[in-house]
Ligand binder design. Structure first.
Ligand SMILES: [Zn+2]
Length: 999
C-alpha cells in the first residue's frame, strides 16, 4: 500500500515555511493500548505445553470456587477433548460467573451479540482449521445499496476441533452450513458473533478430523456504504455533470472481513473464485481475468464469473463494478496491462500504461521470477483513502497517483505517478507472491516496495536521478522520525487491527527502504539481487519472516566466499528503535569514533524511565564510511561492530566526511575542528564533495542543532555555502531545514531576519532559474521550490510575476506551464480577493484533471481571509464538497498557513467525534491529521492544550502519532531554549555585513 501524501508533496506543494521535518513525513503512526498482560495469560493457557497449565488451573478453579460438582461440569466443557490446544475455548459460563481460570486477571468477558459468552478470547484466529478455497458470489445493488453474498469455503482441519472461528465485520449472516467431504451435513449447535474482535464462532456437533476437508457455506447480506474500506461505494461525475456510482474494495490490512466472512490473516492463503452480478451497462474486474459472462435467469442482470486465483492472502483480494474506459498494452512476456479510468480522464491514462508495462518487464528480469498472473489492471478510484493498493492483478489508485497530463501535470506529480506505480508493481513479488508471515513484519512488504520504487522508476525514467533522490525521499524523513523516543523498531509486535494500522508509517516504509539501501551499499547490488531471487524462489506463494530474508542473503554471500553475519548486523537495525549518532574526532591522523543512540529531545536522553529497552543495548553494527581531503573520491569503510573504533588516516588529512552519500542509517557529529574544516571545504571548493554529501552535512548539522548537540552557528555557517549551490538534492534538504526554522521563529523578531537571510541565499538562484518551465526533470523540481521560496521570502518581483500570471489565467484563460502552477495559484490566492478564491473553488469542482484539483485544494488553503478560511474548513465536514480522502490535505495545508493554524486546531477539536468516525479505522489518516494540526505549535502553553485535549478523546490507531506529535512540540520548545539567542545574534551579525544583504 502507498500513503496518500508524501513528504515531497508537502514540500513542493505547500508554502516552504512548513515544518517539513515534522509534518506529514509519515503517512500514519500510532499505537494502541497494549494488551500484553491479557495476552500473556492467554498464551500461558493456550500454547503447546499448556497441559500442565491447564491441570493447575483446573485445580485452582476447584479450590477457589468450591462448587466441585458444578465446576467439574464446567471444566469438562471448557477443557475437554480434543486435547489441550482446545483449551483456547473457555466454554459455557456458569450463571453469574466466568469459568475463566481464576489465575487470569479479571477482564471483561467477551460477550457475543446475543449476550452469551464468546468462547474465543484472542484477536488472532485459532489454528485448528485453515482455508483452502473460497467461492464467493456477490449480488451488489448500487442503487438500493444492498449486497447479498453466497460464500463456500473449503477448509482443512489441521487439528481435531469442534469449533470454527472466522472473521466477519458488519455482515448479517443469514444461513450457515457445514458438510464433510462426502457432502454429509455436520450440525452447527451454536453461531455467535463478537463485533469487538470482528469474529464469528460456530460450535459443531461433531469433531472435525485432522487432515480432513470440509465445506462451510454461508449466506449473508450487508449495506454498501460510501467509505474508504471494505467493499464500498464511490462516485464520479460525467462530463455533463451526471453522478455515476462505482463499487470497489480496499481490504488491507483487515477489511476483507467486511466484504465476506473469511480467515483474514495474511498467512492463511487460499485460492479465490468470484462471480458477481452487474447491470448490463457496467463491467466488473477481479484479481483474475473474466471467464464467462451470462445473462441472469430471473432478471436483466449479467453474471460475470472469473478465473480462479493463485494462492493468496485475503487482504489482496479486490473487485470493482464500474462503467469506466480503459487502455491496454502487453509486456514482452505477453502479460496484458490495462489502465482503467472514468471516460473523461482516459486520455490521462496512457503515461501510466507505458510506465507500468516497462516497469513490469524490468521487475521480471530483476527478480528472475515471471509475473505469475495473465493480466495486471491499474484503476483510478475517485474516493481512495491510501495512495494506492497492490491487490494482486488489480491495483487500485487514488486518481492523483495514476493520471498524468503533460500539459497540466507538474514534474513532481508525474514523479509521484511513476513512483507509486513502481511501488505497487514491486509488491506483486514482495508482498503478494511472498507475504509477511504476520503484520509485525510489515516492513518486509513496505520497506522493499519503497526501496524498489526508486529502482523501478529510475529504469523507466533514467533522467530523473532517482538514486540521488533516495536520500531526500527516504533516508532523511526516516532519520527525522526515528530520532524521536516515540518511534518504534522496524519489526514490532502487533495484534489487533488498530495496532496493525498504526505501523503503516515512515518506519516500515522509509526506514525499511533505507536499511535495505544501506545493506546494498555494503554487499553490492548483485549480491542483493541474487539473495532476493533466492528468497522469492524459496517462499513463493507462501509467507516469510525477516530472518528468512537474512538467511537467503547469507547463503548467497557464503557461496561467493563472503562471511558476513547478515542477521547479526541487520538485527541491530530492525529490532531496535532509533539509530546511532557517531561522534568522531581527528588528532594527528588518528580517528576516534564512538556510537550512542541519537534522541533529538534532550529530556529523553537522560530519562531513567525510558520505556523502550533494547536487549542489544542500543549499539549497532555500523558500516562507517568516509572520504578525506587526501582522497576525496575514494571511499573507505570501517565496521563498528557494536563498539567504538579508532583507526589511522594519515597526518596530512585536513578534513574527513563520514557516511558517504548518506547511505548509512546514522548521523555523524565532528569535533569543532572537524566541522570548521568541512565548512571551509564547502565555502571554498564545494564540488570536492558530492551533492549527496553536501546534503547530508546540511541534514546532520541542522538536526544536531535541534538536539542541542552542536551550536546553531555551525549549521548557519554551513548554510552560507548555498549561495554557490546549484543542485536540487542539497537545496531540497536546505530549504526543508531553513523553513522549519522560519516556522519555529514565527512569534519572534528573528522571523523576518531569518526570511531575509534565506532570501540572500536563494536570490542568485532565483535569478538563475527564472520563470521558463524548461530543463531536466530535477532542474524543474528545483525551480518550483526556489520560486516558492522567493515568494515566501517576500521577493516583490516573484510575487508580482506570480500575480500577473494568476490574473491572466483567471481572466483570459491563459495557460500556466505545469511546474509554475503551484507557486502561481498559491500566490494568487494568498494575495488575491474573494473572487479569486471562488474561481479556484469552481475549478476544483469542474476540472477533470486530478493534479489540477489537488493544486486547487492546496492553493485555497493560502487565503488570508478569515471568513473564507473558516468556510473552507467547514467544507471538510461535508463529503459533497470535499471528499473524505482529501480532508487531511486541507487540514494539513491550512495548518501551515500562519493565519489558519489556530482555526484548523479549533476545528479538529470541535468536530473530533465526526473526524474520528470518518478516519478512526483507516490507515494513514487519523495520525496524519493529529500531526498536521499540532506541528506548528512551539510553546509550553500549546503543549498543555494539545495534551489536555487528547487526554479526553479516543485516538484509535493514532496513538503513536499523538506521542510523536507531543514529543515534536517539546522539541520545538527545546529548540527555542537552546538556539533563539544564538540564531538571532548570528542573523543580526550576518545581515549587517555588506555582502550579507547584497549578495
Ligand atoms: Zn506498499
Amino acid at each position: 500500500m502507498e500513503g496518500p501524501m508524501r513528504m515531497s508533496d508537502v514540500l513542493t506543494n505547500s508554502q516552504p515555511h512548513n515544518n517539513y521535518n515534522t509534518l506529514n513525513n509519515e503517512e500514519n503512526s500510532s499505537g494502541s493500548p497494549n494488551e500484553s498482560g491479557f495476552m500473556v495469560n492467554k498464551r500461558a493457557m493456550y500454547e503447546p505445553g499448556a497441559v500442565m497449565v491447564c491441570s493447575q488451573k483446573r485445580a485452582c478453579c476447584v479450590v477457589t470456587l468450591g462448587f466441585v460438582a458444578i465446576i467439574a461440569v464446567a471444566l469438562i466443557v471448557a477443557f475437554t477433548k480434543p486435547g489441550c490446544p482446545e483449551a483456547t475455548y473457555t466454554g459455557e459460563p456458569l450463571p453469574g460467573q466466568s469459568i475463566r481460570p481464576t489465575s487470569s486477571p479479571p477482564t471483561t468477558p467477551p460477550t457475543a451479540t446475543n449476550g452469551e459468552l464468546f468462547p474465543w478470547t484472542s484477536v488472532r484466529l485459532p489454528t485448528h482449521v485453515r482455508p483452502l478455497h473460497y467461492d464467493l458470489s456477490l449480488h451488489p445493488n448500487l442503487t438500493s445499496r444492498y449486497v447479498k453474498g453466497e460464500l463456500t469455503i473449503k477448509l482443512t482441519a489441521i487439528e481435531e476441533t469442534q469449533q470454527i472461528v472466522i472473521h466477519g465485520h458488519d455482515l448479517n449472516v443469514t444461513s450457515y452450513k457445514l458438510h464433510n467431504k462426502y457432502e454429509k451435513p455436520i450440525g452447527i449447535s451454536k453461531f455467535l458473533e463478537y463485533p469487538a474482535h470482528q469474529q464469528l464462532y460456530l460450535k459443531l456437533d461433531e469433531i472435525l478430523r485432522r487432515g480432513s476437508n470440509y465445506t462451510l457455506r454461508l449466506s449473508y447480506e450487508f449495506t454498501l456504504k460510501e467509505g474508504l474500506e471494505g467493499f464500498y461505494l464511490s462516485s464520479y461525475k460525467t462530463a455533463n455533470g451526471e453522478k455515476r456510482y462505482i463499487a470497489t474494495t480496499h481490504f488491507e490490512p483487515t477489511a476483507a472481513r467486511a466484504a465476506f466472512p473469511c480467515f483474514d490473516e495474511p498467512q492463511l492463503k487460499a485460492k479465490f473464485h468470484l462471480s458477481i452480478y452487474r447491470e448490463p451497462h457496467q463491467f466488473t474486474l477481479f484479481n483474475m481475468p473474466l471467464q464467462t459472462s451470462v445473462k441472469a435467469e430471473d432478471s436483466d442482470l449479467i453474471l460475470d464469473q472469473f478465473q480462479e486465483s493463485v494462492e493468496m492472502s485475503t487482504y489482496l483480494v479486490a473487485f470493482v463494478v464500474c462503467d469506466y474506459d480503459h487502455v491496454t498494452n502487453k509486456t514482452s512476456n505477453n502479460v496484458s496491462v490495462s489502465v482503467y479510468a472514468p471516460p473523461m480522464m482516459i486520455s490521462q491514462a496512457s503515461y501510466a500504461l507505458r510506465m507500468a508495462t516497462q516497469i513490469l518487464d524490468f521487475y521480471e528480469s530483476f527478480f528472475g521470477v515471471p509475473y505469475p498472473l495473465p493480466k495486471q489492471d491499474l484503476i483510478a478510484i475517485p474516493d481512495f483513502g491510501a495512495g494506492a493498493m497492490e491487490n494482486w492483478g488489480l491495483i487500485t489508485y487514488r486518481e492523483t497517483a495514476l493520471m498524468f497530463d503533460p500539459n497540466h501535470t507538474s514534474s513532481r506529480a508525474q514523479q509521484r505517478v511513476t513512483v507509486v506505480i513502481a511501488h505497487e508493481l514491486a509488491h506483486q513479488w514482495f508482498g503478494n507472491l511472498v507475504t509477511m508471515a504476520w503484520w509485525s513484519d510489515l516492513w518486509l512488504n513496505e520497506g522493499f516496495a519503497s526501496f524498489m520504487e526508486n529502482l523501478g522508476t529510475g529504469v523507466a525514467e533514467p533522467g530523473w536521478a532517482m538514486q540521488e533522490q533516495f536520500i531526500v525521499e527516504k533516508m532523511q524523513p526516516a532519520l527525522s522520525l526515528d530520532a524521536l523516543l516515540a518511534s518504534h523498531p522496524i519489526s514490532t509486535p502487533v495484534d489487533d487491527p488498530a495496532q496493525i494500522e498504526s505501523i503503516f508509517d515512515t518506519i516500515s516504509y522509509k526506514k525499511g527502504a533505507s536499511i535495505i539501501g544501506m545493506l546494498e551499499s555494503f554487499i553490492g547490488q548483485d549480491m542483493l539481487k541474487a539473495g532476493l531471487r533466492l528468497y522469492l524462489e524459496a517462499h513463493r506463494y507462501g509467507n516469510a519472516a525477516t530472518d528468512d530474508l537474512w538467511e537467503a542473503l547469507t547463503r548467497i554471500l557464503k557461496k561467493s566466499g563472503h562471511n558476513l553475519d547478515i542477521k547479526g548486523i541487520m538485527d541491530t537495525w530492525t529490532l531496535q528503535a532509533g539509530f546511532p549518532l557517531i561522534s568522531v574526532g581527528l588528532e594527528d591522523g588518528l580517528v576516534t569514533a564512538s556510537q550512542a543512540r541519537f534522541l533529538v529531545c534532550e529530556e529523553n536522553v537522560t530519562d531513567p524511565n525510558e520505556p523502550l529497552n533494547s536487549t542489544l543495548g542500543y549499539k549497532w553494527h555500523v558500516p562507517l564510511t568516509y572520504v578525506t581531503s587526501a582522497n576525496p573520491k575514494n571511499e573507505t569503510m570501517h565496521w563498528m561492530n557494536l563498539t567504538d573504533v579508532e583507526f589511522e588516516v594519515g597526518k596530512e588529512v585536513k578534513w574527513i566526511k563520514f557516511n558517504v552519500g548518506q547511505r548509512g542509517f546514522y548521523r555523524v557529529t565532528y569535533d569543532e575542528g572537524g566541522w570548521d574544516a568541512l565548512i571551509h571545504v564547502l565555502q571554498t571548493e564545494p564540488h570536492t564533495l558530492s551533492p549527496a554529501d553536501r546534503a547530508s552535512l546540511l541534514d546532520d548539522a541542522f538536526t544536531l542543532v535541534k538536539a542541542g548537540t552542536i551550536n546553531a552557528t555551525v549549521a548557519l555557517n554551513l548554510s552560507l555555502y548555498l549561495k554557490r549551490e546549484s543542485l536540487y538534492i542539497p537545496w531540497h534538504t536546505a530549504l526543508n531545514h531553513l523553513f522549519s526554522w522560519v516556522q519555529l521563529l514565527f512569534n519572534y523578531s528573528a522571523h523576518t531576519l531569518m526570511l531575509e537571510y534565506i532570501h540572500t541565499l536563494i536570490l542568485p538562484h532565483y535569478e538563475r532559474v527564472g520563470w521558463m518551465d524548461t530543463g531536466t526533470h530535477i532542474e524543474r523540481l528545483l525551480r518550483s521550490e526556489i520560486l516558492m521560496a522567493a515568494v515566501e521570502c517576500g521577493n516583490i518581483q516573484a510575487i508580482e510575476e506570480a500575480q500577473k500570471r494568476f490574473a491572466a489565467w483567471r481572466n483570459k484563460n491563459e495557460s500556466i506551464p505545469p511546474n509554475l502552477r503551484s507557486v502561481v495559484y498559491k500566490t494568487g490566492v494568498r494575495y488575491g480577493t474573494e473572487e479569486d478564491w471562488r474561481h479556484c473553488w469552481q475549478v476544483y469542482n469542474t476540472s477533470s484533471i486530478p493534479s489540477e484539483k489537488s493544486l486547487m485544494l492546496k492553493a485555497m488553503a493560502q487565503t488570508r481571509d478569515p471568513w473564507l478560511m473558516q468556510q473552507y474548513l467547514e467544507y471538510t465536514l461535508d463529503g459533497s464538497k470535499i471528499r473524505p480522502q482529501d480532508v487531511m490535505i486541507v487540514l494539513s495545508e491550512v495548518s501551515q498557513n500562519p493565519g489558519g493554524r489556530l482555526s484548523a486546531w479549533r476545528m479538529v477539536r470541535q468536530h473530533w467525534t465526526q473526524i474520528s468516525q470518518l478516519f478512526g479505522h483507516g490507515s494513514f489518516t487519523i495520525g496524519a491529521i493529529i500531526k498536521a494540526v499540532t506541528s506548528p505549535f512551539t510553546s509550553a502553553f500549546d503543549l498543555g492544550e494539545v495534551e489536555s485535549f487528547f487526554s479526553n478523546v479516543d485516538v484509535g490507531p493514532g496513538e503513536r502519532a499523538l506521542a510523536q506529535a507531543l514529543e515534536t512540540i517539546r522539541l520545538h520548545i527545546q529548540w527555542h531554549e537552546h538556539n533563539l539567542d544564538d540564531v538571532t545574534q548570528w542573523l543580526h551579525q550576518q545581515l549587517s555585513q555588506p555582502e550579507g544583504r547584497d549578495e
